[in-house]
Write a protein that binds this ligand. Structure first.
Ligand SMILES: NC(=O)c1ccc[n+]([C@@H]2O[C@H](COP(=O)([O-])OP(=O)(O)OC[C@H]3O[C@@H](n4cnc5c(N)ncnc54)[C@H](OP(=O)(O)O)[C@@H]3O)[C@@H](O)[C@H]2O)c1
Length: 232
């Protein structure tokens, strides 16, 4: 993740020279031809996907679609995946892949039992893979186990937003935090932070981190890597 000096993951600071320099460092670490992290995909919350890729479009559902087969749907195994946490099946996808910072990824939707038959039929029609993880709430362990078994994902990057990040950390499902801190801020009081507790998903129980490395990047940015300690 990239943040401002005050830990924000969105905002006007991103358009400053210091924000641009930090953004370039972030992309080189995580994406492109030779990234530091050799991951097989990245995980995003539903709001992050709507903001960046599906733009709050309504999915084109056919409520008369025939009943889809039970369980998961593997449309493609490509080696790079955009894993979308969308428990209720709300995202209005138009295609089954996306390209971000020079990296093309097949879309895998992580649904729960709350997603409708019509939504699953919609995903099948677009060739978008999906897995079912949990009935009423996301089952983290099931989601990660299925991503490994069905798609060969060994290393998965938590790609935000703050709600997704904090819920995975509190669930004990994140080993490492890696952030590029821009030498910029904008003081906004309505932008999301790197970690955001959300009622029903997470709370404000504190977590400690073990610093592994700190590196200065262009534009005064700092790349910080921490291991996650157990929640106290
Ligand atoms: N600077 C960066 O590096 C960076 C990176 C990524 C994102 N961002 C920005 O961050 C902003 C969005 O962040 P956000 O924190 O508001 O939202 P978010 O984490 O992207 O999405 C939150 C939603 O995802 C689903 N979700 C997340 N965790 C879940 C869990 N444990 N169990 C079940 N559902 C879960 C829920 O969807 P439902 O509401 O459908 O139930 C939840 O409301 C965007 O503006 C995005 O552009 C910045």
């Amino acid at each position: 993740m990239m943040t401002s000096l005050d830990g924000k993951i969105m905002g006007n600071y991103m358009g400053t020279p210091e924000g641009n320099a930090a953004g370039a460092a972030f992309k080189a670490i995580a994406f492109g031809e030779n990234p530091y992290y050799k991951h097989q995909g990245w995980l995003s919350g539903r709001v992050t996907t709507d903001d960046n890729f599906t733009f709050y479009a309504e999915p084109e559902l056919d409520e008369t679609a025939g009943t889809v087969p039970e369980g998961d749907f593997v449309a493609e195994t490509t080696g790079m995946y955009y894993v979308s946490i969308d428990p209720s099946g709300r995202l209005g996808w138009k295609r089954n892949s996306l390209t971000y910072a020079g990296t093309t990824a097949h879309v895998v939707e992580v649904l729960t039992g709350k997603a409708s038959n019509a939504y699953k039929a919609f995903l099948r029609g677009l060739g978008i893979s999906y897995i079912i993880a949990g009935e009423d709430a996301l089952d983290y362990a099931v989601a990660l186990a299925k991503l490994k078994e069905l798609f060969g994902v060994e290393t998965l990057m938590l790609g935000g937003g703050g709600v997704l990040n904090w819920s995975f950390i509190q669930a004990g499902m994140c080993d490492e935090v890696s952030i590029v801190v821009a030498a910029a801020a904008d003081g906004s009081d309505n932008t999301p932070a790197l970690f955001d507790a959300r009622e029903g998903l997470s709370d404000d129980t504190p977590v400690g981190f073990d610093l592994q490395a700190a590196e200065v990047k262009d534009g005064g940015a700092l790349w910080l890597r921490y291991l996650v300690k157990q929640a106290v």
